[in-house]
Design a protein around this ligand. Structure first.
Ligand SMILES: Nc1ncnc2c1ncn2[C@@H]1O[C@H](COP(=O)(O)OP(=O)(O)OP(=O)(O)O)[C@@H](O)[C@H]1O
Length: 681
């Protein structure tokens, strides 16, 4: 070991505990003392044998530039009555790992004869040193024999590499020795030598010892008891510090700060941080509770819709102004604790009376994105079925543009057009659609629209949406209406603006945008019988020009739009208003991307998903329908897989109907729409 180099202070395992500090102190001082090469080291001596000052000195480290003596000279006079003095090398009980390779260790030991390796500053008076019985400064005043009678004869493993500390029986005397390390003369000396040593020990005991740990000056004989106490304290300190140290070591600073951040978010600003496991568990419980509450609120509101009388709908619109005021009271409070890092978003919502209590649990929602991943809910999902929901969405959207709101933004990013938009039919539409601005500016739909809530019907191609809706229309023609889409394509023979080839309106959306990759735009323009187009020939369209439609899109007049085969298609909010104005339930058949876009608006429809029982059955239905080429079929199936996955996400749809049995699925759909239809005057 090169003592010239700095010790490895950064390696805790390198230092012996609990006596690391004194050893380190001595060695560090020794290294520092290296500047004074003129003062030689004193000769080592057998442990426990008094050293004479008259003995020849020699340099155990000929090439070294430090000495023990110089170290002690540098220390200066001790406080009080203890003068500065030379220090014999034999008093330095080096731990093996601190022992220089060229040092003769045979007579040195980390531990003294009583097995205690604590250093004790030298303090014998001058006359004692001159009497040739030079005392070891590190020899405890009392032997362990009298201090630990109960453990004598037992063997202890202290984990030292050299051996174990054991209390041995030797000639009627119980001695502690460090096997493998201890070169205590007492343990192996003859009776004569022991007699000599006992004389010395009398002097040892007469010394005024100083605690090497706390530097307290003790009375002779007190050192052992004192050390016992110190060691107990150290042991306790180590036990209590161990988990903290371990925690610190295994975490990177980043993960540690993250954990603290989460902890603080999880608790109140004033509550003390709890263990991270508990906090995580609590956070998860909170997440589950909030999710359950949201579902409960949704069900409650659906129930309220059912019970609502026709005139209530009017009252609802009459209350818009006060509700608007109440909405303005909604505040987003960003709390940052002075105490340290607590950061949590609290929504204080006074949107409506019925929401005040039920939304209280939202206060626990901090930004848990790091912990649980992207948020799956927005405020839209929390209050999805009433007018105030729209206002919440509006404000949330507004706040996202001014004040960053990670939950809302993440939610939107989850639904955003990362790639090319696709229809539920599985076709990707022209890339030009991706660059189109939002179709609705989230402005005045709520205030201008009145009438029954629209219904968004979505699901994979082939799930049975059209089949179900056709039947519904047939039986309840006076209840449902369909918005008339805009298109820039040329009217076909027999088509008029706002009036299809026959009087039965068809669905918008998936059936509207079916065959981009199957048929060219020329095919579409010239064909009246392309797959799926046969199902849409009876659909009404508003025929318009590209310029006019783009202008409407730019103004936010459309809730959705797409470009297909060189033609633009879209649903204007005016078209929906027309249906509502007739006091009909407007049905919107849109793909999952359409759902996403409508969720960005204030339309506030009921979202219903029609799902097939399995992919295999879906494929069979699509094949049986004989409307697809193999290529388009595969695309629809691929889109269906994505659709089915997204549909499982909580909060995306209000209702999911599995269309395994047409009759049962139809009844379920009718029940849900009946609830909406009760709002119709
Ligand atoms: N429950 C059912 N059991 C058996 N066949 C069904 C069922 N529901 C629908 N089908 C059949 O599945 C096929 C696809 O149905 P449909 O055209 O209504 O699906 P879709 O969701 O409207 O598809 P797209 O979005 O492509 O228009 C049709 O041939 C239909 O007759």
């Amino acid at each position: 070991m090169d003592l010239h180099r700095p010790f490895k202070m950064d390696s805790p395992s390198y230092l012996p505990a609990p006596l690391a500090s004194p050893a380190l102190m001595v060695l560090a001082s020794t290294a520092e003392a290296g500047r004074d090469a003129s003062v030689p080291c004193q000769a080592p001596r057998p442990f426990g044998v008094p050293a004479s000052m008259e003995k020849d000195l020699h340099l155990p480290f000929p090439s070294a530039s430090y000495t023990f003596t110089s170290m002690y000279q540098r220390q200066g006079p001790m406080s009080g009555t203890f003068p500065s003095r030379d220090f014999p090398a034999s008093l330095l009980h080096l731990h093996p790992q601190f022992t220089p390779p060229n040092l003769d260790c045979s007579t040195l030991s980390m531990l003294n004869h009583s097995g205690v390796g604590a250093f004790r500053p030298f303090s014998s008076p001058q006359e004692e040193r001159e009497s040739a019985v030079y005392q070891s400064a590190f020899t405890p005043a009392k032997r362990l024999k009298s201090c630990f009678p109960e453990v004598e004869g037992k063997e202890f493993d202290f984990g030292s590499p050299g051996g174990s500390l054991k209390a041995g029986e030797d000639s009627g005397r119980k001695l502690f020795s460090m096997s493998g390390l201890l070169s205590d003369g007492e343990a192996s000396s003859s009776p004569e030598e022991r007699k000599e040593h006992s004389k010395v020990k009398g002097l040892y005991d007469a010394q005024a010892p100083v605690c090497p740990v706390c530097q307290a000056i003790l009375r002779p004989g007190e050192l052992q008891d004192h050390m016992e106490q110190e060691l107990t304290k150290l042991a306790q300190l180590q036990i209590s510090a161990a988990p903290v140290q371990h925690d610190h070591l295994i975490r990177t600073p980043k993960s540690l700060s993250l954990s603290l951040h989460i902890k603080r978010e999880g608790g109140s600003p004033t509550s003390p941080p709890r263990p991270s496991e508990d906090t995580h568990s609590d956070r998860y419980q909170t997440f589950l509770r909030v999710r359950a509450n949201r579902h409960t609120r949704l069900n409650v509101r659906i129930g309220k819709l059912k019970r609502r009388k026709p005139e209530d709908g009017q009252e609802g619109s009459a209350e818009l102004a006060p509700l608007e005021d109440e909405w303005n009271e909604r505040r987003r409070i960003q709390m940052t604790s002075i105490v340290g890092g607590f950061k949590g978003a609290v929504l204080v919502s006074t949107t409506s009376k019925e929401c005040r209590d039920s939304d209280a649990d939202l206060d626990v929602d901090g930004d848990d994105t790091l912990e649980y991943g992207r948020a799956q809910y927005t405020e839209t999902d929390v209050i999805p079925c009433s007018g105030e929901s729209s206002k919440e969405t509006a404000v949330s959207s507004g706040s996202s543009s001014t004040l960053p709101d990670s939950r809302v933004n993440l939610e939107f990013s989850k639904w955003s057009n990362d790639g090319d938009p696709s229809t539920s039919s599985g076709e990707k539409v022209d890339g030009s659609i991706a660059g189109l601005p939002k179709t609705c500016k989230n402005t005045d739909i709520e205030t201008t629209m009145s009438g029954p809530r629209p219904v968004v019907l979505s699901g994979p191609s082939g799930a049975g949406k059209s089949t179900l809706m056709k039947r519904l229309m047939k039986e309840h023609e006076d209840v449902f209406g369909f918005s008339v889409s805009h298109t820039t394509r040329n009217p076909r023979p027999g088509e008029e603006d706002g009036k299809g080839l026959n009087k039965l309106p068809m669905l918008l959306g998936a059936t509207l945008l079916p065959v981009a990759d199957v048929f060219s735009s020329e095919d579409l323009e010239n064909s009246f019988s392309c797959p799926n187009e046969s199902e849409t020939t009876d659909k009404d369209y508003h025929f318009t020009t590209r310029e006019a439609m783009q202008e409407g899109i730019d103004k936010g007049d459309f809730i959705e739009n797409a470009e297909f085969s060189g033609n633009m298609y879209g649903t204007s909010k005016a078209a929906i208003e027309d249906v509502q104005a007739q006091n009909l339930i407007c049905i919107l058949d849109v793909d999952i991307q359409g759902v996403k876009r409508i969720k960005e608006t204030d339309l506030n429809p009921i979202y219903i998903s029609i799902q097939p029982p399995s992919m295999e059955i879906l494929e069979k239905r699509l094949r049986d329908r004989q409307t697809e080429t193999e290529e388009s079929l595969q695309k629809r199936l691929e889109a269906a897989r994505i659709d089915m996955e997204l549909s499982k996400e909580p909060g995306v749809f209000d209702v999911v109907i599995i269309n395994d049995d047409l009759e049962r699925a139809y009844e379920e759909l009718k029940d849900i729409l009946n609830e909406v239809s009760e709002t119709i005057k």
